[in-house]
Design a protein around this ligand. Structure first.
Ligand SMILES: N[C@@H](CCC(=O)N[C@@H](CS)C(=O)NCC(=O)O)C(=O)O
Length: 248
């Protein structure tokens, strides 16, 4: 099991309430493989909100069978997060719950609509990247080429333009939202694939990273993972259920 001690809360958030809640309800417990995959954005969001969490990794076929036979996985899938007395599944539902709870989801429905649109675009590109480890070797090069093309021609220009258009540090409403956090996570992946992909996006490179860092200014300057150790290699998953591996 991996524990993580959350970063200090961003300014303006009431940490005493969260500390009390955490004590009463227990830390959220994350059930997933020991890899980034679909759980990583949940880890980032909790970390950015300053919430401590625990992880229970699925490390063997027996762990996987047990979790499924326990009946806690609504669709027989992970991520699953135990939080506030619920056993939540479906990544987006989990992210939306955390973002709402920790005030990272805009101030009104229009901001929320924008955050959703940005988040869905980010999710589309992220999805292409996180399934790479499952890609057959003979298709990997073509998939990486497509990811690079979509990164520079479709997705990153949108966010660069948004930041340029309003001149603010954050994508929506001049304050941190889940969209910023998902974007920084994506940029982190993109840089791992090929740092030169960010070359033509100066605002994304500087402003988004600065925006997040400012929320956690106690963090070491290069630590973009909010204290999460990069033990997870993007391109390998230690244990992968056979049905997923077979899907390719
Ligand atoms: N829509 C779901 C998809 C979850 C999903 O595909 N999870 C994979 C692991 S990343 C899984 O559990 N696969 C096993 C299966 O589908 O049987 C979500 O976003 O949480």
């Amino acid at each position: 099991m991996r524990g993580w001690h959350g970063a200090a809360a961003p300014p303006g958030r009431d940490t005493s309430v969260r500390t009390l809640e955490t004590t009463m309800a227990g830390k959220p417990k994350l059930h997933y493989f020991n890899g980034r995959g679909r759980m990583e954005s949940i880890r980032w969001l909790l970390a950015a909100a300053g919430v401590e969490f625990e992880e229970k990794f699925i490390e063997t076929p027996e762990d996987w069978d047990k979790l499924r036979s326990d009946g806690h996985l609504m669709f027989q899938q992970v991520p699953m997060v135990e939080i506030d007395g619920m056993k939540m599944v479906q990544t987006r539902a989990i992210l939306n719950y955390i973002a709402t709870k920790y005030n990272l989801y805009g101030k009104d429905i229009k901001e929320r609509a924008l955050i959703d649109m940005y988040t869905e675009g980010i999710a589309d590109l992220s999805e292409m990247i996180i399934v790479l480890p499952l890609c057959p070797p003979d298709q990997k090069e073509a998939k990486i080429a497509l990811i690079k093309e979509r990164t520079t021609d479709r997705y990153l220009p949108v966010f660069e333009k948004v930041l340029k258009s309003h001149g603010q540090d954050y994508l929506v409403g001049n304050r941190l939202s889940k969209a910023d956090i998902h974007l920084v996570e994506l940029l982190y992946y993109v840089e791992e694939i090929d740092p030169s992909l960010l070359a033509n996006f100066p605002l994304l490179k500087v402003i988004s990273l600065t925006a997040i860092r400012r929320e956690g200014s106690h963090l070491p300057p290069q630590d973009l993972t909010f204290g999460l150790k990069p033990h997870n290699c993007l391109f390998s998953i230690p244990f992968c259920p056979p049905e997923l591996a077979a899907r390719g």
